[in-house]
Design a protein around this ligand. Structure first.
Ligand code: ZN
Length: 304
């Protein structure tokens, strides 16, 4: 399959766009801030501006969205805690009208799992779970080589697995979700609860690198909660690989030992030893590349 796809990662803070080829090489990567409370017409205008700067002749558009996306997605964005001003917008139709090209949309975390499986850490692996540690926690589940989206596009919402039944209230409405204990946001909060003056998870990690004992406690605690969630998933899905990506995966060395210990002590021994815990290798580009892969498969009539 020759040609290019214009792929974009649409998040609550940034829009990142690049031209991607069929082998996963990309060019003209551009990142722009999404204005707070952006309106649907403003969002399309921003997309048009970036596409003009990239100046490719794409065969399709490929977008991630921080929203539930079923396989037969109609394009209407729902449940957007970090991009609520465009809730109800039909992104697919708006892009089709604007560009006159096929449009493929994937949930951002599902796209990251597709990307890592295409040319990243889980390349060639048929059964894996990719965890995205950012402002929240996203998940992408690949079973027998196919992304598991579920009939409502909610398959893979692993950030809302309960790890503390009487714990903190989550913005999803439930209580004690792992997102409240192991996301980048949670790392910063746990550090503050332990008296650290750090402002974000990167600063907590910098303190850990400098040998700070409190930062070590924070990452042990955060890693443990992540491991509690992954141990349950290891038993439920029996994956060959658990891929940790997203911004907070930069602190991998700080939390991974605690996560691995928790998986080993809780999951079935066979499931725990089967599920290799690794760090993602595509970084911020996993979602963008994954949705480009979906678009190439769509063009070939092979998307699953
Ligand atoms: Zn939740």
């Amino acid at each position: 399959m020759e040609g290019l796809v214009l792929a974009a990662d649409l998040g609550g803070t940034n829009l990142r766009m690049a031209a991607v080829d069929h082998g996963g090489s990309f060019s003209h990567l551009i990142k722009r801030r999404v204005p707070p409370n952006v309106s649907p017409p403003e969002l399309i205008e921003l997309i048009r501006t970036l596409a003009a700067e990239i100046s490719a002749s794409p065969r399709a558009l490929a977008f991630t969205a921080p929203a539930p996306v079923p396989f037969d997605f109609d394009g209407v964005l729902t449940k957007l805690p970090n991009l609520s001003s465009v809730t109800g917008m039909n992104l697919k139709r708006a892009l089709e009208d604007e560009f006159g090209l096929p449009v493929v949309i994937e949930n951002d975390a599902t796209a990251a799992a597709i990307g890592e499986t295409w040319i990243g850490a889980s390349r060639g692996i048929s059964n894996s779970i990719t965890v995205t540690l950012g402002t929240g926690i996203g998940g992408g589940i690949i079973i027998d080589g196919k992304p598991h989206r579920g009939p409502d596009g909610i398959g893979g919402e692993i950030g809302h697995i309960t790890v503390e039944p009487n714990g903190r209230r989550c913005k999803c409405g439930s209580i004690g979700c792992v997102e409240e204990y192991a996301s980048a946001t949670a790392i910063a909060r746990i550090a503050q609860e332990h008296g650290m003056k750090t402002r974000d998870s990167a600063e907590v990690y910098a303190a850990w690198m400098g040998g700070d004992a409190t930062a070590a406690i924070v990452f042990t605690e955060m890693g443990r909660y992540l491991g509690i969630m992954l141990a349950s998933l290891a038993n439920a899905i029996n994956p060959e690989m658990l891929v940790i990506c997203g911004g907070a995966s930069a602190a991998w060395e700080a939390f991974a030992p605690s996560t691995q210990a928790e998986i080993s002590s809780r999951a079935y021994p066979r499931a725990a030893s089967r599920a290799r815990l690794v760090k993602g290798i595509l970084g911020d580009n996993a979602g963008l590349l994954g949705v480009a892969r979906s678009a190439f498969l769509e063009l070939a009539g092979e998307r699953v």
